[in-house]
Design a binder for this molecule. Structure first.
Ligand code: AMP
Length: 191
């Protein structure tokens, strides 16, 4: 199996690039943000719980997020591999993912980290708000909070994969096509 973690701060382009990678490699795309938004829209119990955290730009608690992700992984029959987008975002999530994949006799192949500086992220998110309709993209304070949460809680997760020689940094500035090409080369070097 080919299992990729697409990593990077909010606005780095994870969603856009995931669309391209799943097509080329035949992978299942699991975006925890998208799954939470689906629950929000359908007003499920999980959605109601997640909303309070998401609206403020905080992380949904690990236990809730990990259980949801597990269900989504175990739902798949005979997958060729996964792209994890927006997960893991904390060290406990990274450990839980390792354990889960081990139970399935597989592991993370590579973590690809899209690197984009903060001013560019803020500009992209503000711009995305015009079309995404996402409440958490519209308020500059919430955007700043999401970036701060990323720097504090999520950025350290890359060390977990770097220690296993699985982290590859990708320059996230440039045209969408040129960034996709960088991702393809990085994946092909690890396959
Ligand atoms: P995203 O679409 O990845 O930017 O996620 C939107 C929001 O969903 C985040 O700001 C968090 O509130 C929540 N979320 C998504 N993924 C996770 C995760 N792995 N852990 C905790 N919260 C998450």
């Amino acid at each position: 199996m080919l299992n990729i973690v697409l990593f990077g701060p909010p606005g780095a382009g994870k969603g856009t690039q995931s669309e391209r990678l799943i097509e080329r490699y035949g992978l299942i795309h699991l975006s925890t943000g998208d799954i939470f938004r689906y629950h929000l829209k359908n007003e499920t119990e999980l959605g109601k719980l997640a909303r309070t955290f998401m609206d403020q730009g905080h992380l949904v608690p690990d236990e809730v997020t990990i259980n949801m992700l597990k269900d989504e992984v175990l739902k798949q029959t005979d997958p060729k591999g996964f792209i994890f987008d927006g997960f893991p975002r904390t060290n406990p999530q990274a450990h839980a993912l390792d354990t889960l994949l081990k139970e399935l006799n597989t592991s993370i192949t590579v973590m690809l980290g899209l690197e984009v500086e903060e001013e560019e992220l803020k500009a992209r998110l503000t711009n995305r708000a015009l079309s995404s309709g996402r409440a958490d993209d519209t308020d500059p304070e919430i955007i700043a909070n999401r970036i701060a949460v990323y720097n504090r809680e999520t950025a350290p997760v890359k060390e977990f994969y770097a220690a296993q020689n699985k982290y590859i940094a990708i320059d996230g500035i440039g045209t969408i096509d040129s960034i996709t090409e960088r991702l393809y080369s990085a994946i092909d070097s690890k396959k």
